[in-house]
Design a protein around this ligand. Structure first.
Ligand SMILES: Cc1cc2nc3c(=O)[nH]c(=O)nc-3n(C[C@H](O)[C@H](O)[C@H](O)COP(=O)(O)O)c2cc1C
Length: 215
């Protein structure tokens, strides 16, 4: 990439391997991909930030379900009656925060969210979801609805008996896949010898610029 060439001589040594700026960008995406496929990896979950109805930052943890490093897109699943989903309908800008203490790496991404509801992608992902995971979408009232009693949200019998396909499929309409197309990514490595930071910028799913930054 031409615009990053001037910094090509600089590198970070990470796990005994040298990475130039371009290498760090690839490494960041490899780490995100690993997080999506390895259950115990620190990047398996991420904190997602949306803008709520009072223009305040709203945060919560979700599971990193899939990462497309070619399209620079990160996917998660959610109930489309949730606050985050409604926030995203109004403003589809989303922030994603990852930190793995073991790897000593933080990645912050800013992205545009696209919601997939009752379409082919949502149906495909729903079919691959376990009965246990489907319970997350089987609440009769929207998530966060106030309740006079302590509640599971879904029918009490499902606490002990997993729902059948027919039972859970009634709730498929609540299930959405959110695709987050990254336009900015920040990589921070907490190195004993001095912290290292780099930022990257994307347009239409393509890396267009990058720079080292003061950590
Ligand atoms: C480890 C962990 C993983 C979670 N994974 C998801 C997830 O993949 N999708 C999701 O919608 N909520 C997930 N949650 C619950 C959210 O953090 C949140 O409480 C819920 O989605 C309601 O958020 P909202 O009201 O801000 O939209 C997870 C929570 C934890 C602690």
């Amino acid at each position: 990439m031409l615009c990053m060439k001037k910094q090509d001589d600089d590198f970070i040594t990470y796990n005994d391997t040298k990475y130039n700026l371009q290498g760090i960008e690839s490494l960041a995406w490899k780490k995100l991909v690993n997080g999506s496929v390895k259950k115990k990896n620190g990047f398996r979950t991420m904190c997602v930030g949306t803008i709520d109805e009072n223009n305040a930052a709203a945060l919560r943890i979700v599971v990193n379900r899939k990462v497309d490093e070619v399209q620079k897109t990160i996917f998660f699943h959610t109930d489309n009656r949730s606050r985050k989903y409604n926030d995203l309908i109004k403003d589809n800008r989303i922030s994603l925060l990852f930190y793995d203490a073991r790897q000593r790496v933080q990645i912050v991404a800013k992205a545009y969210a696209t919601m997939h509801t009752t379409n082919e992608l949502a149906n495909d992902r729903w079919k691959a979801t376990s009965p246990q995971a489907r319970l997350g979408y089987m609440a009769n009232e929207p998530p966060n609805t106030k309740s006079d009693q302590l509640t599971l949200g879904y029918e009490g019998r499902f606490a002990t008996t997993k729902p059948t396909d027919d039972e859970s499929n009634l709730f498929e309409k609540n299930f959405s896949v959110v695709a987050c197309t990254v336009y900015e990514l920040e990589f921070l490595y907490l190195d004993f010898h001095g912290n290292r930071k780099a930022s990257f910028y994307y347009k239409n799913n393509v890396l267009v610029d990058g720079n080292w930054a003061v950590p």
